[in-house]
Design a protein around this ligand. Sequence first.
Ligand SMILES: [Zn+2]
Length: 358
Amino acid sequence: MIRVARFVAAFILLALAGCEAQGANPRRSTDASPTGSPAASSSPVASPSPEPAPSSTEIAVDPAPASAPGVLRVGQAGTQLATAPRGGPAGRLRAGVMVPFSAVDNGWARITTPCELTKWMPVDSGVRVVRPAVVLDPGHGGDEAGATGPTGLAEKEVNLDVATRAAAMLNARGIPALLTRTSDYRASLPFRVALADASGTDLMISVHHNADPDGPLDKPGSETYYQFRSPGSKRLAGLVYEEVLRDLSKLPVGWVGDTDAGAKWRLNTSGGDYYGILRRSGEKGVTTVLAELAFVSNPAEEAILRQNDVRQLEAEGIARAVERYRSTKDPGSGFTTPYPRTAPAGPGGGTRGCVDPT
Ligand SMILES: [Zn+2]
């Protein structure tokens, strides 16, 4: 979820403390980064192991030399980090983590970690991924769970699984798709946008599941938020809404939602896009949509969101929307005029207390 409903009590605000924040703050997060490396281990440098050939469901590897900027995927052995090229140890990163790099120096890449720390890693302990056609952004992660279902299903887990499935489908269909988060760890909003920016992509879809509906609805309460001034973002939001709704509507579920469910926008008091992922990526020229696919807070929807086939349906909807966005001029559907929202989004998305995935 990315917002708190109008009538929610303070204790619910606390319960939902993992949800995306920073919507109202037009400035880059000024949260202090941890001064000490969270992984001040003195473990020996891991020897890079050869990267296995990527399966057809993984984004392809770029064989070209690593010229900045770009994105590296940490190899199977993980990677040691350093304070400078061949410098002192500065922690580790887990296998599979995607990181943007902004410079290369004698076989070392200057990277930004998911907690927004600047460090160096050996280029050959990762692989460079090709320029993605789309970046899929699974919301939340680590100690930021996002919304939580009544029996404990965490939004972050569903977001990751659905986005991973959608990325695999797109990669298998020859449309390179990159994930901003590849397992269960924190990743700040500026990191996610920096990753998309460094990747050279034009498109991004942030995947979420919602909480705090207005009430029962006779159809899925899916919502897609677009960048207000971007016709492309609006069209992509309409296509994601149309495709996700097409599949979810087939399921016999007691849906819930907001009365203005559909493809819509939200602005901050300065007239910019309210949600940080939309505003920040827009500043980098990335056409982005934030999708709230279903309500994990609804017992009936939480139950189906535990099922792999339902997650697959959502992923199929996202993948088809990307394909249609690229190959047609279809406008999408479900556009709605949102009612005014003043309640702030929950906290999260910054770097306070952030621990990088080792
Ligand atoms: Zn969320």
